[in-house]
Design a protein around this ligand. Structure first.
Ligand SMILES: Nc1ncnc2c1ncn2[C@@H]1O[C@H](COP(=O)(O)OP(=O)(O)OP(=O)(O)O)[C@@H](O)[C@H]1O
Ligand SMILES: [Mg+2]
Length: 112
């Protein structure tokens, strides 16, 4: 199992959710976050000028998925969240050791 963490532009959330639902993702957690990347929160780079770092609103998705669909999940997020402009976001993939569905006691892939 893998944990996919994706940080995307908020206006892309509904489309990304719909595309992920269509490829058998069983669940996800969404959080409104703030962050900055290489531009330090500014929409353009102004040569020679120095600006304070700013936070920009983003949405963070967290999905634990089975190993066999993780590549499709990442590709779907990439294809759907991309505008080609700065600030489109990042995807991180992390190994997951254990999962449990509390109601049933199902574990690992069966718990997803
Ligand atoms: N290294 C990082 N670690 C954690 N979060 C990050 C990291 N880089 C970016 N983020 C998060 O992703 C959001 C979007 O980052 P962004 O897409 O601007 O990255 P970038 O490297 O500046 O790429 P681009 O040049 O396309 O803008 C940030 O606001 C922040 O929340
Ligand atoms: Mg950036």
């Amino acid at each position: 199992m893998k944990l996919v963490i994706a940080i995307i532009k908020p206006f892309k959330l509904d489309e990304v959710r719909d595309e992920l639902s269509a490829i058998d993702v069983q669940g996800m957690t969404v959080t409104e976050v703030k962050g900055f990347g290489r531009q330090k929160g500014h929409p353009e780079i102004y040569r020679g000028a120095e600006y304070a770092t700013m936070f920009v609103p983003k949405v963070k998705l967290e999905l634990v998925v089975s190993d066999d669909i993780v590549d499709r999940v990442v590709e779907t997020i990439e294809a759907t969240a991309k505008t080609g402009k700065i600030g489109d976001g990042k995807v991180f993939v992390i190994d997951v050791e254990r999962a449990l569905r509390i109601r049933t006691g199902d574990s690992n892939d069966s718990a997803l």
